[in-house]
Design a protein around this ligand. Sequence first.
Ligand SMILES: CC(C)(COP(=O)(O)OP(=O)(O)OC[C@H]1O[C@@H](n2cnc3c(N)ncnc32)[C@H](O)[C@@H]1OP(=O)(O)O)[C@@H](O)C(=O)NCCC(=O)NCCS
Length: 166
Amino acid sequence: MSMTTIRPLNPNQELSALKALLDAKDGVRLEQCLPAVADGEAFILVAIQADAVVGVGIVHTAARIDMGWDPQGGTLDFLQSGGAYVENIEVKRPLRSQGIGSLLLRTIEQEALRRGCMRIWLHTGDDNLGAQRFYARNGWQHKETLQVPWKPIGRLSLVYFKDLSA
Ligand SMILES: CC(C)(COP(=O)(O)OP(=O)(O)OC[C@H]1O[C@@H](n2cnc3c(N)ncnc32)[C@H](O)[C@@H]1OP(=O)(O)O)[C@@H](O)C(=O)NCCC(=O)NCCS
């Protein structure tokens, strides 16, 4: 495997490369998160191989109104109780299962803790068995399964968390 570096996104130079990695909806959402990043209330880490962006993690540490969190689903509770929330983590498809995601996730956890968050949370789809295995293997616990308002009825989401102070 080529060497992988994890570091903060440079939004001025890497935004279009990163959007190319994501689907259109996630690309729009990425741009919506940039004001929160600029204010120090979210962070975006990228995985870099040979100067190319090959993965991303988007993480929030504050319950900002401009992020549009729905009160149902738990995200506001996670953030208002001092936790961090992983909005997205993704590795470029051909480079998956080489450890990049785990390196990204570990660095996300360290950065969230550095910013004072003792717990970190996320949602993942009930059909995303690969992601569920990935989180469990990285020491995250499944808390509950629920219908979140931003997914179609019947498409359940699993809430995972990890205690960072342990
Ligand atoms: C979830 C995701 C980020 C994981 O990234 P990744 O780079 O594949 O993660 P890793 O390589 O660290 O781990 C994935 C698997 O590869 C295996 N693996 C890691 N390094 C390996 C290596 N060197 N050789 C072989 N297998 C390896 C791990 O054991 C792991 O197996 P498991 O998931 O069955 O336990 C990635 O699959 C992804 O982008 N998925 C699509 C987006 C998505 O669903 N994101 C989650 C939203 S909630």
